[in-house]
Design a protein around this ligand. Structure first.
Ligand code: SF4
Length: 58
C-alpha cells in the first residue's frame, strides 16, 4: 500500500516499510518525533535498540 500524502520528516530516516509511519518510496519516517528504546538490560550493539514508535501497517 502506498501513501502519497506521506509527509517525510527529513530528519528521521527509516527503512522499516512494515510500519504505518513509514513513507514507502522515500526511506523516511512521517512522524515529527520518535522514541528509540531498548529491550536489553545492557545494550551493546545496534540490534539492541528499537523504535518504540513503530506501529504495524494495517
Ligand atoms: S515510527 Fe519508527 S519504525 Fe516507524 S517509520 Fe518511524 S522511525 Fe520507522
Amino acid at each position: 500500500m502506498t501513501n502519497s500524502n506521506c509527509k517525510a520528516n527529513q530528519s528521521i530516516r527509516c527503512t522499516v516499510q512494515q510500519c504505518e509511519h513509514h513513507c514507502n518510496e522515500k526511506d523516511y519516517c512521517s512522524l515529527d518525533c520518535i522514541t528509540v528504546g531498548t529491550h536489553e538490560a545492557n545494550p551493546t550493539m545496534v540490534q539492541c535498540t528499537d523504535c518504540e514508535s513503530f506501529k504495524k501497517r494495517s
